[in-house]
Design a protein around this ligand. Structure first.
Ligand code: PLP
Length: 401
C-alpha cells in the first residue's frame, strides 16, 4: 500500500530508484539464511563471477558491498589513493559535484575541470594537464560516466586514449551509477581501473548494494594506498574470498537472491539488447521533447544520455511545479532539477526495467502536466513522435517468438 495511496500503478520515471521486475521482487521475498552455510557462499561465487559481465571485464575483481553509490565512490577512492594524492576530477553536474566534495573531504588534492552544466567533461583540458604532468603527479582521473543531473554521457574511450597517448599511469576511476547495465560500458577495453554502480539504478533492484569492480592495477595500488578505510577495505573481502566463505560481515540474503534474479533477467534479454533498448527509449524521449518545442539540457548530441533526459522548461514555468503536479494529479514521478538547474529542468528517467508502452504513458502524462502549468503543448504531439519511432524499431520479445 502506498503511504499516499493513488489508484493504479505509480509511473516511476525518476532516474533511480527504478521499477523492480516482478521476478526480482519474488526472488527477494524469502526468509533469512545462515550465511555461513555452504549455500550462501556458493550463490555468492556465481554472483561475483557473473557480475563481471555487466562491467565487460574478465580480469577485474568484484565487490558486493552493503552500501549505495556514495559508499561505492568511497570504496573506490580510499582503496586506491593516499591523502594528499593529486587527482583530476570533472565537474559537470550535481553528482560529479558531490563526488568531488567527497574527494576533497577525504583529503585528496583535487584538480577540478569544470564545464557548464549540460556539457560533457572537458577532455581538451584533460589532455593539456596530462601533457604538462611529466612527473606523473596525477595519481587518478575520476569521471562520472553519465551525469544524472543533466543527462550527459561522457566519452570514456577518449579518456583512455588520452591517457595512453601521454603514456600516463594515472588510475582511471569511473562512476557508472546511472550507466552500467544501460549504456555501453567496457571496463577492460577502456582500461578502467575502478568502476562502480548502485543496485537501484539500471540493475533494477532495491537500493542497498554497491557493486564495485577493480582492475589488477587497482588491486596493486590498494597494497600501498594509505587512506584510512575500515568498512570499505577490499583486503577484508579478499581475505574471505581466499577462504571461500566470501563475507567479512553479514550480507543481505534477500539482496543476494535479488541480484541473482536481476542478472538472470539481464542475461536472458542479452546485455547488448538491454543497451539497445535503452538507446531506443532515450531516442523516443528526445523526439517527444523536440515535438513539444522544448530543449534538452544536454547541449550536444554526442553527450545525449540514454538513461535520463533533462528537459529545460520555458522561462515562466518552474520545473518543480511540473514534478509536483505530475505526482499529485497523474501518479507520475519525474526527477527534479538539482542545484544549478533547480526550477529550470525536470528529468525523465528511462532506465532499468522499462518498456516502450510504459514510456508512452509517461510522455502522455508529461503533456497533460505541461498544459496544466500553462505551456500550450498539443496533446499527443510528443507521444506521436515517440510512438512513430518506437513502432518502427521495437524488436519482438525474444522469449515469445
Ligand atoms: N553517482 C550518480 C551518477 C548518481 O546518479 C547517484 C545517485 O543518483 C550517485 C552517484 C549517488 O548514489 P546513491 O544515491 O546511491 O548514493
Amino acid at each position: 500500500m502506498d503511504f499516499f495511496y493513488g489508484p493504479g500503478r505509480n509511473h516511476l520515471f525518476v532516474p533511480g530508484p527504478v521499477n523492480i521486475p516482478e521476478p526480482v521482487i519474488r526472488a527477494m521475498n524469502r526468509n533469512n539464511e545462515d550465511y555461513r552455510s555452504p549455500a550462501v557462499p556458493a550463490l555468492t561465487r556465481t554472483l561475483l563471477e557473473d557480475v563481471k559481465k555487466i562491467f565487460k571485464t574478465t580480469s577485474g575483481t568484484t565487490f558486493l558491498i552493503p552500501t549505495t553509490g556514495t559508499g561505492a565512490w568511497e570504496s573506490a577512492l580510499t582503496n586506491t589513493l593516499s591523502p594528499g594524492d593529486k587527482i583530476v576530477s570533472f565537474l559537470i553536474g550535481q553528482f560529479s559535484l558531490l563526488w568531488i566534495d567527497q574527494q576533497q573531504r577525504l583529503n585528496f588534492n583535487v584538480d577540478v575541470i569544470e564545464s557548464e552544466w549540460g556539457r560533457g567533461a572537458d577532455l581538451d583540458a584533460l589532455a593539456s594537464k596530462l601533457a604538462a604532468d611529466w612527473s606523473h603527479s596525477i595519481k587518478a582521473v575520476c569521471i562520472v560516466h553519465n551525469e544524472t543531473a543533466t543527462g550527459v554521457t561522457n566519452n570514456l574511450a577518449t579518456v583512455r586514449k588520452l591517457l595512453d597517448e601521454h603514456n600516463h599511469p594515472a588510475l582511471l576511476l569511473v562512476d557508472g551509477v546511472s550507466s552500467i547495465c544501460a549504456i555501453d560500458f567496457r571496463m577492460d577495453e577502456w582500461g578502467v581501473d575502478v568502476a562502480l554502480t548502485g543496485s537501484q539504478k539500471a540493475l533494477s533492484m532495491p537500493t542497498g548494494m554497491g557493486i564495485v569492480c577493480a582492475s589488477p592495477k587497482a588491486l596493486e595500488a590498494a597494497k600501498s594506498a594509505k587512506s584510512v578505510r575500515v568498512f570499505f577495505d577490499w583486503n577484508d573481502y579478499l581475505k574471505f574470498y581466499k577462504m571461500g566463505t566470501f563475507w567479512p560481515y553479514t550480507p543481505s540474503i534477500q539482496l543476494l537472491y535479488g541480484l541473482r534474479a536481476a542478472l538472470d533477467l539481464l542475461f536472458e534479454e542479452g546485455l547488448d539488447n538491454v543497451i539497445a533498448r535503452h538507446n531506443r527509449l532515450g531516442k523516443a524521449t528526445r523526439l517527444a521533447v523536440e515535438a513539444w518545442g522544448l530543449k534538452n539540457c544536454t547541449q550536444k548530441e554526442e553527450w545525449f544520455s540514454d538513461t535520463v533526459t533533462a528537459v529545460i522548461v520555458p522561462p515562466h514555468v518552474n520545473s518543480s511545479d511540473i514534478v509536483k503536479r505530475a505526482w499529485t494529479r497523474y501518479n507520475l514521478s519525474l526527477g527534479l532539477g538539482l542545484n544549478k538547474v533547480a526550477g529550470k529542468v525536470f528529468r525523465i528517467g528511462h532506465l532499468g526495467n522499462l518498456n516502450d508502452l510504459q514510456l508512452l504513458g509517461c510522455l502522455s502524462g508529461v503533456e497533460m502536466v505541461l498544459r496544466d502549468v500553462g505551456y500550450p503543448v498539443k496533446l499527443g504531439s510528443g507521444v506521436a513522435a515517440a510512438a512513430a519511432y518506437l513502432q518502427n524499431t521495437i524488436p519482438m520479445i525474444s522469449s515469445r517468438i
